[in-house]
Write a protein that binds this ligand. Structure first.
Ligand code: OAD
Length: 251
């Protein structure tokens, strides 16, 4: 990956932009070792979201759902942010108003040092009581390892991961911030997402309709490839450090 893999327009506009918005998906964490959802061998290839990622599944089999999320939480905490996450944290320092909108729940953007992160689908490292909404501690989650449902020590409600399940609303504040950032952005980057899930997938198009230059970074084409201004084919961990360096050297 070299500077010539990007258009001059992308580098110029990034270097000069007052507002930049970025949307990331599971692809940016693939190089840290976390599975994506829709690639071959991905999570939704191996597991059925009907059994694991909606409130009815949770209520009918809380132990199963809690243990699946608890396992994914452990994996997320074991792995490290990669150069793609780090490059975005670096880019944030060079842009006056930078919003990193993520569909990922793995917390890797925060751990890489990104500051203004909007989590559209929640954060798997957090859990809370479904009844009283008290945040759960690691100790509260201990029964999961024994195959027992984890319950709130205050009210005995079931503890659930702080993620958005199918059929649930996105956190309204996060959606509002993401929409506003997309409408204000001079440049919008869509990175490592299949752009298959709404409303996140509409954000790059909303940005484009508001005048942003929209570039996609992905190893393959996606639902929005034909609508974006520029498609950069490659791994986020290769592309983003090169792009950030090019912006830093922009004269
Ligand atoms: P997907 O699994 O749908 O898409 C991952 C994308 O990353 C694909 O387009 C891959 O081509 C691309 N990709 C893989 N490795 C890459 C790499 N190293 N560099 C760049 N791109 C790479 O994941 P998302 O788009 O994030 O929702 O899925 C969106 C939502 O669907 C998730 O947040 C999750 C899921 O259901 C919830 O859990 C609510």
């Amino acid at each position: 990956m070299t500077r010539s893999d990007f258009s001059k327009t992308l580098i110029d506009r990034l270097a000069e932009a007052d507002h930049v918005a970025v949307l990331t998906g599971a692809g940016i964490s693939a190089e840290s070792g976390l599975s994506t959802f829709r690639d071959p061998g991905g999570l939704w290839d191996k597991f059925d979201p009907q059994e694991l990622a909606n409130v009815d599944a949770f209520l009918s089999n809380p132990e199963l759902v809690q243990s699946w999320y608890s396992h994914r939480r452990e994996l997320a905490l074991e792995v490290e942010p990669n150069p793609g996450h780090e490059a975005l944290a670096e880019l944030e320092k060079r842009v006056p108003h930078f919003t990193l909108i993520t569909q990922n729940v793995d917390d890797l953007h925060h751990r890489a040092g990104s500051d203004n992160v909007v989590e559209l689908h929640g954060n798997i490292t957090r859990n809370y009581c479904m009844e009283c909404e008290r945040e759960a501690t690691d100790e509260d989650l201990a029964p999961i390892a024994e195959g027992e449902p984890a319950r709130c020590p205050s009210c005995d409600g079931l503890i659930r991961p702080d993620v958005v399940w199918f059929g649930e609303m996105l956190p309204p504040d996060a959606l509002r911030q993401a929409s506003r950032a997309s409408e204000r952005a001079g440049v919008f980057l869509s990175i490592g997402t299949s752009a298959a899930v709404q409303p996140a997938a509409s954000l790059p198009l909303r940005a484009k309709a508001s005048g942003a230059y929209v570039a996609e970074v992905n190893v393959r084409s996606t639902e929005i490839t034909r609508q974006v201004d520029e498609s950069v084919r490659g791994k986020a961990g290769d592309v983003l450090p090169t792009l950030t360096d090019a912006v830093a050297q922009h004269g």
